[in-house]
Ligand binder design. Sequence first.
Ligand code: NI
Length: 182
Amino acid sequence: MAILKIARMGHAVLRKAADPVEDPTATSIRGLVADMLETLADAGGVGLAAPQVHIPLRLMIFFVPDTRVELPEDPDDSAQDMTVLVNPGYEPLSEETSLGWEACLSVPGLTGAVPRYTRIRYWGTGLDGSRIERRASGFHARVFQHEYDHLDGVLYPQRLNDPSLFGFAEEIRRDPPSLRPG
Ligand code: NI
C-alpha cells in the first residue's frame, strides 16, 4: 500500500479520456485500488478517479457520508459505503439538473457550484467481476458524475455555468452565495 501523488488541474493526465480496464479482477487493479483507498483516506475527500493518481484507466472510488445526503426522503440519495467501479457508465433518468457546491483534490482549496443531473442510473464492474448497478439522486448522483467526468478528462471548473460561483473554499464558506435551482 502506498499514498499516491495527486495530479493537479493543468496536468496532461487530467485532460485526456482514460482507457477501459481490460480485466477488472487483475491483481494489478486490486493493488491500484488499495493505493487509491489509502490516498483518499489521507487526503480526506469523498471520491477519487484513477487519472487523479496519474493512471489513465476508467476506474473510480467514492462513498457518500450520511452528512452529505441532500434528499433524505429519496432512497436513491442515501449514504453509500465505499464503492469501487471499474469501466463505469451512466444515464440521466430525467433532464432535471441541480446546482451544488463541489470541490476536487486536483483543484485544491477551491470550490464551485456545478449543475449535475439530479437523478441518474449508473453501472460498472466490481473488483470481483460482478456487475454493480444503482439509481442515484442528489449528492450520490453528484459525486458519481464528478468522478465520471475525470475519466473523460473533464474537471468541475469546466462545468460551471456561472463563473461567479467559483472561488476559494475558505472565503466562500464565510458567506456562501445562494444557489438558484440548476
Ligand atoms: Ni475531482
